[in-house]
Write a protein of this length. Sequence first.
Length: 703
Amino acid sequence: MFPTTPFVRSRLHLALAAAGLCALHGAAFATEDGNEGALSKVVIKATVEKKKLGDSVSGGALGRKSELDTPFSTKAVSSDEIEDRLATSISEVLKYDASVTAISPPISTHPATIQMRGLRLDDLNGYKVNGLANVNRGTEMPLEMFESVEVLKGLTGFMYGFGSPGGIVNYVSKRPTTDKSFSAALGYQEGGAIKEHIDMGGRMGQEGDFGYRLNLLHEDGGVQEESGSIKRNAAGLNLEWRVNRDVAITYDAIYQRRKSVGGTDVVISPSFVVPSPIAGDSKLNSVGAGSDVEFALSTVGMEYRLSPEWIANLSYRTSNSTRVYKKDQYYITSNKGDYKDRVTSELHGYHFDQAQASFEGKVNAFGLSHEIVAGITSQNLSSTSSAVTPKTYLGTGNLYAPTIINVDSINWSGGTYRDEATRQEAAFASDTVKLNDNWSVLAGARYTRYNDNAYSTKGLVIANYPAQRTTPTVALMYKPAADTTVYGSYVEAMEQASSAPTSTVNANQTFAPLKSKQAEVGIKTERSFWNASAALFHIKRGAQYTNAANVYVADGESKYQGVEFNTVVQAARNLSIEGGLMLLDAKLENAAAAYTGKRAVGAPRRQVSVQATWREVQPGLALHVGTQYLGELPMDAANVNTLPAYTLFDAGFNYRHRYFGKMVSVRANISNIANRKYWTYYQENYLNVGSPRTASVNVRVDF
């Protein structure tokens, strides 16, 4: 059973707000008359354009800056593009960024996880919603609730605090629209899943002082991946109240209940070779296996314009998530694909809250222009209820003729307990100094006080990892022209270490935080018909891996150095081509002799992506095609097993036309057109089945 109290309150708040908004939606109200107050206009557009480098992205302690003026590698994908490609997970949203690697399927007992620059994002600090932290433990975020997805690659310790050196993902919520809007969409995914989605927004009051945006979603049916299924209900509510020209109060809430079947783990030790991949729609899960996740998040914020040049922000966030799942893990026992089926049933519940206060603005001092951001933040994550059954081997089989067993009788048992509690408190400040029209310098620091407690089933602290650290960043930027930035930056960070995988002798053991450093040089340019960015990066971080005794250890350092390149070219009036390349050299250093000099686990040498969009093939019709190449990557620290390279192809179309005064959009997409069989890397010695060819279609009407 779920601990229901916080969820009941969240659902009640959303239901009452939804009922009120549906009633008010038809009421008369006045649109803005150029009076934005402290918030910007939001208008739903019927045409799709790539986000430009001049568009702003969230930079945490840097504030919001344009991609062009950020001395780090960034990426942003709009909701229009997400809809046009019918993306269903974060890995699909970012698949045309060559620095991003999908390392798990969207239908699984864990969320669709990604790596950046060969480094896995951590599930607490790697995923943000509107710049604040979000617990990503088992939660697949409902993409329908967001206006865009932003990526900041590399170390983000100064900008956001503790986190993986790979980077962060920031989900940007849909905001109230300037004009009244209402759309309804119906979608179908091959396998049988049907999705209904309503999106409505607008403003009320003579000056449009009160804005709202409501998204409601239902999806249910089968999916192609492992012949699984999905059932989910979600709601997103965003409110804005412009108290006066200088003060705005916002409220954001998301609720989702998501049940899925699929995503069996295939665990292979260096004693056996990687088996030949199997079809993506092969059924592997036991009868009764699956994942059930309930998630609620709410945030209250206030923006106060102190003066034309200074803004203060206050925000408070709270969220709860509970995940109950039964999971198959196939442990390979021969080079012919034989396995032992190990089944577990688990319950994990988490509560998270964060409070943050910051201000940003501009000032001239000593003849120089300064852009200053400063603030304080505090966040807490606590396990509210965890329970794990013994992981027992219940059967045997072969990957190419799997034995499907019934696990209905296996449920988590024993009393619940809190397995973890972490706390972060931090103060941060940055100053971007404009030296002249061409040169600027950024300097910033974040002081973080961190504590991580791990608990036994008896409620006793069995491990404690305190840390206090000041993480600096410095950057030098040169603009030879208004549309080009050349930069060099240096960052330090701390991250929460990974726990030992369940397949190791010391399963679930926790470790002290890891240190990391990054140096990066790059160039970004935005021209009339193309833009491009390129970066050279060098990252060092503490290493963790499984040794020959099957013990997960923290030992030595991992060094990641590489180059990444991304561009969008308007090749013809209606033809745009987007492409990316990453070349990566990642190795272990100063570790045990058998592992020093080996390639870092899960880090590909090469990654390439290309996407072309041909608009106005016929009036209102656009076509898109894309391909991704992922190079081979090592599966274990000794580099005994290597996952083969693979290439995937996708294609689709979208058609927009006005019928009876309503804009109708028809979208279709086919992923993995060639139905390529492949494995995806999840973590050391863990594989997941690659997604099969899947067709999707969606019809949306804007009323």
